[in-house]
Design a protein around this ligand. Structure first.
Ligand code: DQA
Length: 145
């Protein structure tokens, strides 16, 4: 069975109650169910969330070492984590797809959200479609695989 890592950064564990006007009212377990339905048999969705930069970096090493495609919502790390960027570069440089996703459209929000330090090393970026951003990323990862 093919596995896809769906990695979520800080504060995304609060989806459902966190700024529902921006992120919707569904939580990560609803996202897990949605992606498992979309994936169907033969693709395992391994969805994780952490508020810890080091843990996210280590999960990206796991993706490199096991050659597992990644859907990554870096959350606020998007805008300033060079450590995460360097780890994401290891993934794509190894020829493993990594799609950056955002629930909201950061470009339509505060200026500090307009820059992503991750995008330059990602295979591609999908933003602004709510949980559908992840569904579209799953389709992209499957085509790449
Ligand atoms: C986010 C956008 C980021 O700017 C923000 O810090 C998040 C979530 C999104 O999915 O829209 O935590 O990555």
């Amino acid at each position: 069975m093919t596995r896809v890592l769906v990695l979520n950064g800080p504060n995304l564990g609060r989806l459902g109650s966190r700024e529902p006007d921006v992120y919707g009212s569904q939580d990560l377990s609803a996202l897990r169910v949605l992606l498992a339905e979309e994936a169907g048999d033969g693709v395992e969705i391994d969805l994780r969330q952490t508020d810890d930069e080091a843990e996210l970096v280590h999960w990206l090493y796991e993706a490199v070492d096991s050659r597992i495609p990644v859907i990554l919502n870096p959350a606020a790390f998007t805008h300033y984590s060079y450590a995460l960027r360097d780890a994401a570069a290891l993934v794509t440089k190894a020829g493993v797809p990594l799609v950056e996703v955002h629930i909201s459209n950061p470009h339509a929000r505060e200026a500090f959200r307009h820059n992503s330090v991750i995008s330059g090393v990602a295979s591609g970026v999908i933003a602004g479609f709510g949980f559908e951003s992840y569904v579209l990323a799953l389709a992209a990862v499957r085509r790449a695989g």
